[in-house]
Design a protein around this ligand. Structure first.
Ligand code: GLN
Length: 540
């Protein structure tokens, strides 16, 4: 957990930090996101967090929205000690109602729900204190509302700071203390000036420094890793050639050099030339201590004859991976123990990102138990490794920025995601060495053309899949009966929903011509025009 006291230098001890207490709104993580965009560090914890168990003091607290009504018997409430922290507090939607409830129990169900756009009228206050939140905003700015409850009257010592046609209490503030509430959601893009408001809160009102930059994070994180691992400890971790594992590995290398052992398992279903390329980049380019294990035969041997269930492929690949990684880890550990570098391997590197952490700590309801995030549960049997997760505070775009900062090549930093089971799940039907060759070559051409057309960064994920059917074609006057390649390319911001990319005809023509001409065994190319949902991004 973020409050772990065994962590020697957590970011909230180095950076001014805003604490977001999550009441279960679907937008809570966006509050964090927006503040980070202003270079203010921000952490989210469930609304049930006891302040006495918090080992650090935030510069300000934000109470998020949530699906409950504050007057319900089982409604979640913030630890009242938050009001004695003596730091500014901003309540958003449910958060505003929570503040009002705390100070006067004066919230009830409105006659109708208010959902959608509204226009704010800002109440200018003569003493200039309570409306600081709205600095730089004009009357009639657009805000986004999503609530059914409302305040019946003002709690004592509070003033109205903003109204809308439907909401007489769209903004409230305490007349002396730095307590603010807003009924609308500043964190969503439907509130275009919401960013200004959040900045006003964090920077002007809470006085947070805007020093959360990846440059500064690198120094802080390297110091943290060194303090954690000590001068003898060793760390092992798997790398895949993807951006997360590469950035995590580079950070480890900067922190502890050779005492970090990266392992790349070649499962035989990586992209064309991938194992070789990753080795080049990680060792020669980035100086990482890397062991490459070629286990393709073991993987392909086990995949032989598996045609029915895609889940089976995933399981075989997952289990074989753990097996190979474990064997390698034991070997590396034995070598390391015997060498003069001494120190045992005690740590396992994991590329966990902040969205996974948020997922595990976000508030799921008054009765839901918060699931703990750490679960190494015997991944490396018998080795009793502790987890080290240097990216656990970062969002994906921060990881990319960090990667650039660490000198990782651009094309790796901006790489499309690649599934763990590799192209095995892009070969529909049986995975044989011949099918792997065809899928790999077609994929290589497709990606090469996407890059040449300058489209790689516009597209979120693209690949060629091999369909388990044959079609008739005529090549060089000869009738052929060969396989079909399906191209897939999607645009998405979060991978939850996605749409296929609208290539122009000339581009598709060129790719299709090249694949049919250059990849032996293919006589047709089709383009997948299914969005997600109902399709998935991968085909199996
Ligand atoms: N349940 C509360 C309401 O409907 C809060 C909603 C919210 O936070 N979005 O007013």
């Amino acid at each position: 957990m973020a409050t772990d006291t065994s962590d020697p230098i957590p970011p909230h001890k180095t950076f001014d930090t805003i604490l977001v207490l999550d009441f279960g709104s679907q937008y809570s993580h966006l509050i964090t996101r927006r503040l980070r965009e202003h270079n203010v560090y921000c952490e989210m914890l469930p609304c049930t967090q006891k302040l006495s168990e918090l080992s650090w003091k935030p510069k300000g607290v934000i109470l998020s929205g949530g699906p409950y009504s504050v007057y319900w018997d089982d409604a979640p409430h913030v630890d009242p000690a938050v009001f004695d922290l003596n730091v500014p507090i901003l309540g958003i939607c449910y958060g505003l109602q929570e503040i009002a409830w705390h100070f006067g129990k004066n919230v009830h169900a409105g006659e109708k729900r208010e959902y959608g756009h509204a226009y704010l009228k800002i109440e200018k206050q003569r003493d200039g204190h309570v409306d600081r939140l709205f600095k730089g905003l004009e009357d009639d700015v657009e805000v986004w509302m999503s609530h059914g409850d409302k305040l019946s009257n003002m709690p004592e010592d509070f003033a109205i700071t903003a109204t809308t046609a439907n909401a007489p209490f769209a903004g409230i503030a305490h007349k002396q203390k730095m307590l603010y509430g807003i009924q609308f959601h500043p964190e969503v893009t439907h509130t275009p000036k919401g960013r200004v408001l959040l900045r006003n809160f964090a920077v002007d009102i809470c006085q947070c420094k805007t020093d959360w930059t990846m440059g500064k994070f690198v120094d802080q994180e390297i110091a943290r890793i060194r303090a954690l691992v000590g001068d003898k400890g060793q760390v092992i971790g798997a790398v895949s050639g993807g951006v997360d594992s590469t950035v995590a590995a580079k950070l480890m290398q900067e922190a502890i050099g050779e005492r970090f052992h990266a392992v790349l398992v070649d499962n035989g279903v990586l992209r064309l030339n991938e194992a070789k390329q990753v080795k080049e980049t990680l060792t020669k380019g980035l100086g990482i201590n890397l062991t490459v294990v070629d286990a393709s035969d073991r993987f392909l041997g086990r995949l032989k004859g598996v045609t029915d269930d895609p889940e089976k492929k995933r399981k075989i690949i997952g289990n074989t991976f753990i097996e190979v990684f474990q064997e390698t880890a034991k070997k590396i550990a034995a070598d390391a123990a015997g060498s003069s570098r001494a120190g045992e391997i005690e740590w396992l590197l994991q590329g966990t990102l902040y969205p996974d952490v948020i997922e595990s700590i976000s508030f799921k309801g008054p009765s839901a138990t918060i699931k703990t995030h750490h679960n190494v549960g015997g991944l490396l049997e018998g080795m009793h490794l502790k987890l080290i997760e240097p990216l656990r505070e970062l969002f994906k775009d921060e990881v990319r920025e960090l990667g650039t900062n660490l000198g990782i090549p651009e094309d790796l930093v901006w790489r499309h995601p690649f599934p763990g089971p590799g192209i095995a799940i892009r070969i529909l039907g049986e995975v044989t060495p011949e099918q792997v060759r065809i899928a790999r070559e077609a994929d290589y051409i497709f990606i090469e053309e996407i890059k040449a057309a300058g489209l790689y960064r516009k597209i979120s994920q693209a690949f060629a899949a091999l369909l388990p059917v044959k079609a008739v074609g005529v090549m060089g006057d000869k009738r052929v009966h060969d396989q079909v390649i399906a191209l897939r390319a999607v645009e998405t911001s979060d991978f939850m929903t996605a749409d296929w990319y609208p290539f122009d005809g000339d581009f598709l023509k060129k790719v299709s011509r090249r694949i049919v001409n250059e990849v032996e065994g293919v006589c047709r190319v089709v383009y997948d025009i299914t969005s997600k949902p109902p399709g998935t991004i991968e085909m199996e």
